[in-house]
Design a protein. Structure first.
Length: 343
């Protein structure tokens, strides 16, 4: 028994027990994972930019926080208000173009009535339609829930960024409490993970910017109209991992069909596939490897496995989780400067 007690009192064992306890707590609170992760991400970026603004412009930190949030929210709302009218105008053209395409096509015009009658009397089609409708309603509900999570995370991150000094003082009280050793371990682990996660988020913003530039060049080559609107849509949706590509396909293909027919739709699909393949197989693993000091192959395998285990969030938190455990196990030190190695 004494040997077990001495074993449990070792600093490294105590650290791993704290980590196991935190993993259990996170699993039990997995329903709030989206809000927590978004709050951490927004707060990290806001605090970093606000500190930079505070040092460069010599203005109080709390004013810098307000300026950052007002500017970011204002730019986001302005981009949507600029893009939405043009998008609606383009979408109005699509029904007329579909009707004209059906009327002018000899095969479609001759058989359209027969196909409609067959579709009406097809029980299989009705069942598939019901399933599609239910899926659409479910997805629409998830979009609404996701939007609510984003708004809540923005609000919480704003409050945290604004009162960061008070929160730091409040947290220090735990470090001097009766369970100071436990809370020191919690602070050490959470600080390390947040720093690693912050590096990954900065990399994701770089990737999103590069993708937007490449897509914009592709739009110019294809001859798409309203390139600025499309670039804004691609950038905003590009911030959403994996699902952002699928979501961006909807407005892109609709605008492509309205402006150039099926040929331009095919061109847009090919362009998105090429850019997404470039991001998935080269840009994402390469930049993530540079930021985490992981080999490109290991980074790529991590992205595949974590995306399968955690879904879309796996592409954001997967690399930080692996880098975090490598740091805890003493394989790497995330806070040391990265060494330059030959590729």
């Amino acid at each position: 028994m004494d040997r077990i007690i001495r074993f449990l009192k070792r600093d490294d064992v105590d650290m791993y027990l704290t980590l196991a306890f935190l993993i259990v707590i996170i699993y039990l609170m997995r329903g709030f994972a989206t809000v927590v992760l978004l709050t951490v991400i927004f707060a990290f970026l806001a605090v970093k930019v606000s500190h930079w603004l505070n040092l460069k412009a010599h203005i109080p930190y709390w004013i810098a926080v307000i300026i950052v949030y007002v500017v970011v929210i204002g730019v986001f709302i302005g981009a949507l208000s600029y893009a939405a009218p043009t998008l609606v105008t383009q979408l109005k053209v699509i029904p007329d173009m579909l009707a004209k395409a059906i009327t002018n096509h000899p095969v479609l015009n001759k058989n359209i009535d027969k196909w409609i009658n067959q579709a009406i009397h097809s029980s299989e089609l009705i069942q598939n339609g019901k399933s599609l409708l239910l899926t659409g309603i479910k997805e629409a509900g998830q979009i609404g829930t996701g939007f609510t999570h984003v708004l809540m995370a923005i609000f919480l991150s704003f409050i945290f960024s604004l009162t960061r000094g008070r929160m730091v003082s409040f947290g220090r009280q735990f470090l001097s409490s009766k369970f100071s050793k436990f809370f020191h371990n919690v602070y050490f682990l959470t600080r390390k993970f947040v720093l690693i996660l912050g590096k990954i988020i900065e990399t994701q913003l770089i990737i999103c910017t590069i993708n937007t530039l490449l897509m914009t060049i592709g739009f110019v080559i294809i001859g798409m109209p309203s390139i600025m609107v499309l670039s804004i849509i691609v950038f905003i949706l590009g911030l959403v991992p994996v699902a952002g590509v699928l979501l961006s396909m909807i407005p892109l293909t609709l605008l492509a069909f309205a402006s150039g027919g099926l040929i331009r739709v095919v061109e847009i699909i090919v362009l998105v596939i090429i850019i997404h393949a470039f991001e998935s197989y080269f840009l994402h693993p390469r930049l993530m490897a540079d930021r985490t000091d992981l080999p490109v192959f290991a980074t790529f395998i991590t992205l595949i496995i974590m995306e399968s285990l955690l879904g879309a969030w796996g592409l954001i938190v997967g690399i930080p989780i692996v880098a975090f455990f490598l740091d805890i196990l003493g394989v790497q030190d995330s806070e040391k400067p990265k060494r330059i190695v030959s590729k």
